[in-house]
Design a protein around this ligand. Sequence first.
Ligand code: 5AD
Length: 435
Amino acid sequence: MGTKKLYIETYGCQMNEYDTDRIKNALDAEPTDDPKSADIIIVNTCAIRDKADQKAFSSLGKFKSRKANDPNVIVGISGCVAQLYGDKLLKKIPHLDFVLGPRAIPKLPDIIARIESEKRRTVETSYDIEELFEIEPYHKEGKVTAFVSVQQGCNKRCTYCIVPTVRGDEVNRDLNDILRETNNLVSKGVREISFIGQTVNSWKKDGHKFGDLIRAAGEIENLDRIRFTTSYPRDITKKMIDAMKDVPQVCHHLHLPVQSGSDKVLSMMKRTYTRQWYVDTINRLKDAIPDITISTDIIIGFPGETDQDFQETMSLMREMEFESSYSFKFSPRPGTVAAEYSGEDIVDPQVASARLSELQAYQKEITETKNQSRVGKIEKVLVEGESRNDPEFLSGRTDHNRILNFKGPKDLVGKTVEVEVKEGLLNSLRGELVV
Ligand code: 5AD
């Protein structure tokens, strides 16, 4: 198996990126960027919105002729679309060899072996896989940032969301397991860890809460930065805020999806908080950590969203001035409560598009203004590598999660340096190394 070449395409969230790296390790194959030379081709999919679904299918379509020319190549689908549609996918996609749900990654070596020996197409989408966290992710040498999963699945029941259906109920990982994986990565040169979970701050295990996890990570030598995502507003506790404040390695940025500024819509989404509660929570965070920056997610056009509701979302955007935001048009997902709405509750797609554009234009202004306001400031940057757009520049992120590019010697990769910001762009900052 060691000499097999694996090509894997990844869609969706950080959890999927992490799962892709777990798949690489599970198979002990050589990763390749070239599907033509691969022995195993996998598309790791996202089901969060209909568009993401469609992307998965068109991605798989690309490998049809490869499979026709070389029947020994193994083509599989993994991730949330695999879980959602299960064996229907084998009928729909004749060149597919296996369907693997997100919880079944530890079973992958057996599945591949079986396909090779018995030439039988396989579906593995059961939830009760005991070795859930057993496979740790592949780590690319020299990479200074890494994800560590602290939980699988989700116990919230937001009415629009497919995640609990495809990733199952929340399962939290043992503290010692998390710390062992983190330590291991640090010993390979990682300097920044992002703990990941669907509602990461709801993590609790054997009497420990999320704040305890942060404090324990803060004790790890040579771990310079701790991030975590995605936080669920209602699970922000005083203990968590205190830990964020007390542990100096915790970065001062929080991604905190609000979804809507209208209490009516929040209630229909079953988000379990009100707009005021959200605002008060951010204020508590800012009292403890004055320079904290907040980013968010917004869903536009949830069924029943009136113009008034949308205006409330816009007024929240103005009140909060989020650092950045990801905003999406509501997409009905199979089996979710919100997919049941029909008739006049459905927001006209053109109205939803216009609302989305208005919100995104406003956000763009705010992000640009905020980035420009950093000019003249000295920022601490963990150098991650060459800039993607221009290898002349090094690239890293500030404590507040802004990308900052600057010129400097390559041996700074993995170090935290001071950079003076000279320019604020929409998606990044540009600066000069302070020497
Ligand atoms: N339609 C549109 N956006 C969605 N999200 C989750 N489910 C849906 C859906 N059905 C968005 C939410 C979430 C982000 C990851 O995706 O804003 O925070």
